[in-house]
Design a protein around this ligand. Sequence first.
Ligand code: FVH
Length: 288
Amino acid sequence: MGARVTVLGLGAMGTALAGTFVAAGHRTTVWNRTPGKADALVARGAVEATSAAGAVAASPLVVVCLTAYDAVREVLAPLAGALAGRTVVNLTSGPPKDAPETAARVERLGAAYLDGVVMATPSRIGDPASLILYGGSRQAFHDHRETLAALGDPVHLGTDPALSSVYDTALLGLMWATLTGWLHGAALLAEVTAAAYTEVAGKWMRTVGGFMNAYARQIDSGTYPGDEFPLQLHFMTMDILVRTSRARGVDSGLPELFEELAGRAIAAGHDGDSYARLIEYVRRGDRA
Ligand code: FVH
């Protein structure tokens, strides 16, 4: 038999979350501030509550997905009695500083709290490859992991509720950096289609993933042996990329940024170290 789960907020994401719980066979209760958004879900088997308090009372697991954290606090604050003994999973996006404050408020109301981020668009909810990250109560995650797994791949990051938001911003930064590098390559390779370039780029990403694993160990140990691929070699190749970009009329801002960062490390005598040495320059955040 399915679990009982409540979804507060039926925007694009809340509707996808609720629909996925229904499809997975969970008894799903929904509520939205503005009425009229639950009809399609009700037709599929969800139960619509007429108040947030009624919706919360229906399930031990309450998933909240609203525009912003202040809306979450506004909706949950009057529900002290109804929330006691339940678990609130907040999948609303917001800055990391909002998560611990919301966790403290919810816990004061007697509920366990998990702060989550959905690393997917609504149409990808329910795909086991869609990453959904959680920070907060380990026990609550353990208790509801199976139900939450209907939405995507659930990953518990640690007990600090702010962790999910920090990961969210870090991973989006990784995505933009990667996509911008990929776009730069597509612009540079004007003589082939983007699809042809991407087929080769996809294979190269496996090598890049290998570098990340090796460099992660170096960063964690604070030692950066350059071995056969020292910074000096990276720097020389970056310069070729800058010059080739200019020669081909392609924006050279991105490779110039690489070159500037590596140049500072080399000027400080780290030319024989690995690329991972640059973490010290990225960490400092004191670029002139
Ligand atoms: N949609 C996406 O692709 C992204 C994927 C990554 C994570 N985000 C975050 O998810 C949160 C909700 O996003 P959404 O796309 O569902 O947003 P909307 O369609 O705009 O729906 C917003 C819902 O919030 C309700 N709401 C807003 N303020 C209040 C309030 N003060 N009290 C009660 N409910 C409130 C709103 O209700 P209504 O306007 O229909 O009455 C909607 O149900 C968001 O943090 C994304 O960053 C989604």
